[in-house]
Design a protein around this ligand. Structure first.
Ligand SMILES: Cc1cc2nc3c(=O)[nH]c(=O)nc-3n(C[C@H](O)[C@H](O)[C@H](O)COP(=O)(O)OP(=O)(O)OC[C@H]3O[C@@H](n4cnc5c(N)ncnc54)[C@H](O)[C@@H]3O)c2cc1C
Length: 249
């Protein structure tokens, strides 16, 4: 069984994101970049499926700048077999990425796409759903457990009120939530081995996909600075402040 795992290059989750001085977006120059954390979970799940003997090949795909090869290498060091970089400088909206993935699916015929439920930069939570819709495939989003048997994926989903379990006929799209697994760290020997694994580079035009953005960001702003807290001397004072200053009781 062949798995396709999309991995996005994003600002590292430990970095405090700063808005650009001209309010057109967030600062990415000289900022540590990493694989989107939900994609690490997706790669881990794919590698576990390979270790269980369910998957036979894992292809890590990134759509983005040349530097996104680093994220593909990370996926290869975690256990993916080969990589594909769809090289593009500039904005790639979820619909564009979904179309690129659709074109790659036509070339590679995977049985399952495992991807992050959202990317921590634009928080769109859309690419997996759009891909499933474009393919006409079943989707299991917000997965906290995935089991594959008899040509189907049984996916436990984290929904608002609890858990929902759905059975999807393969091929399908599964998007990973936080509790699906704990991603492994790539060991040094595996990082060395990953350097020898192949990465194919192609352009959106090679796949016949127009990635021209359809949205324009008008303005990005920092959230308002939080006010400093204050100590109160007694419960009476607290109640008085809550009633008369904060007006919440
Ligand atoms: C685990 C979890 C944690 C969450 N945490 C937060 C949180 O901390 N903060 C927060 O704000 N939200 C949170 N959410 C999201 C929130 O609770 C809802 O899930 C969210 O508002 C979207 O609702 P939905 O999933 O039902 O969306 P959908 O069912 O996809 O609905 C989205 C919209 O689609 C349209 N639509 C859907 N069906 C129909 C129909 N039949 N006819 C016409 N229109 C339709 C409507 O406009 C609807 O509002 C969380 C969700 C989950 C699952």
């Amino acid at each position: 069984m062949k798995l396709l795992v999309p991995v996005k290059r994003v600002v590292d989750y430990n970095v405090k994101v700063r808005v650009k001085a001209d309010n057109t977006g967030v600062e990415t120059a000289n900022v540590k970049m990493s694989m989107n954390p939900f994609d690490e979970i997706a790669v881990e799940e794919a590698v576990r499926l390979k270790e269980k003997g369910v998957a036979t090949e894992i292809i890590a795909v990134s759509c983005g700048p040349t530097a996104a090869q680093e994220q593909i290498r990370t996926a290869l060091a975690m256990g993916a077999d080969r990589g594909i970089l769809v090289e593009h400088d500039g904005v790639l909206e979820p619909i564009a990425v979904a179309k690129l993935l659709k074109a790659l699916i036509a070339k590679e015929s995977p049985d399952l796409v495992v991807m992050g439920k959202q990317a921590i930069d634009d928080d769109m939570n859309a690419t997996g759903q759009m891909l499933a819709a474009l393919m006409g495939w079943p989707q299991g989003t917000f997965a906290s457990k995935v089991e594959i048997a008899d040509g189907a994926a049984t996916v436990t989903r984290e929904v608002d009120g609890g858990l929902e379990t759905v059975k999807l006929k393969l091929p399908a799209v599964v998007t990973a939530d936080l509790r699906l697994n704990e991603p492994r760290y790539a060991s040094l020997p595996n990082i060395m081995k990953a350097r020898k694994k192949p990465i194919e580079t192609i352009k959106p035009a090679d796949l016949g996909v127009d990635v021209t953005p359809r949205l324009s960001v008008l303005r990005v702003e920092e959230p308002a600075k939080r006010q400093a807290g204050a100590r109160v001397a007694s419960v009476q004072e607290l109640v008085e402040k809550l009633r008369n200053e904060a007006k919440v009781i």
